[in-house]
Design a protein around this ligand. Structure first.
Ligand SMILES: Nc1ncnc2c1ncn2[C@@H]1O[C@H](COP(=O)(O)OP(=O)(O)OP(=O)(O)O)[C@@H](O)[C@H]1O
Ligand SMILES: [Mg+2]
Length: 219
């Protein structure tokens, strides 16, 4: 699924430059569920953003499903993202004035699905996350766990092969976090590849492999 070799990421701010990732090489098979751990500032989000084509490495090679994405333009990167990758964030990142239904439908508006097909898919996803009876609620009218379930349904809208999650349980109590992990396990059973950043070893225990970062390097 993923083949990275000698990835470096340098953030330049005026005279100062910061090496956020140093010589990172990794390969990930389709269907793996992987957690990424490490102290604050160790480069976890930077790595996830590069894997998710939200950002590009300073140097190194990155193949996503055998396609070299290191040299793609921003437009090409966003097309890859929309088709292949679903994102889940710590703070849910839902549109505040949109309903549950509209939040889940949103990614489908950019890829030409008919209205009827969109509706079927939204309902199917809301059934999967147990929120059919919350369709008209806005995010502020939902609990944290419910908001994260909406975000997961939205991430799945275009049926991505890969789910990237940056501390998906970071704002949830431990019981709700376990419920969200139950959903992640089901996503893996559907054959999806999952990469998840977490600080919590109990949450990492749901994955099969942990990548540990320290000061921008895999240890
Ligand atoms: N856009 C940016 N510009 C400059 N420096 C950045 C930028 N993003 C991150 N950094 C720096 O790169 C390093 C790695 O940041 P990153 O966000 O990947 O850490 P992290 O492991 O996700 O930390 P946390 O657990 O706190 O989320 C940090 O030192 C951070 O200050
Ligand atoms: Mg981070």
């Amino acid at each position: 699924m993923i083949e990275m070799e000698n990835i470096n990421k340098v953030y330049k701010m005026g005279e100062v430059s910061l090496d956020a990732l140093k010589e990172v090489s990794l390969s990930i098979e389709p269907g793996e569920f992987i957690s990424i751990m490490g102290p604050s500032g160790s480069g976890k989000s930077t790595l996830l953003n590069i894997i998710g084509c939200l950002d590009t490495p300073t140097s190194g090679s990155y193949f996503l499903e055998e396609k070299n994405v290191a040299g793609l333009s921003l437009d090409q990167l966003s097309a890859v993202r929309n088709r292949k990758i679903g994102f889940v964030f710590q703070n849910f990142n839902l549109l505040p004035y949109a309903t549950t239904y509209e939040n889940v439908e949103l990614p489908m508006l950019f890829n030409g699905k008919s209205g009827k097909k969109r509706r079927q898919r939204v309902i199917e996803l809301l059934e999967m996350v147990g929120l059919v009876n919350r369709q008209l609620h806005r995010p502020s009218e939902l609990s944290g766990g419910e908001q994260q379930r909406v975000a997961i349904a939205r991430a799945l809208a275009n049926d991505p092969a890969m789910i990237l999650a940056d501390e998906p349980t970071g704002n949830l109590d431990s019981k709700t976090g376990v419920e969200i992990m139950g959903l992640f396990v089901r996503l893996q059973q559907q054959g999806r590849t999952i990469l998840m950043v977490t600080h919590d070893t109990n949450i990492a225990a749901y994955s099969q492999r942990t990548i540990n970062l320290l000061d921008g390097r895999i240890i």
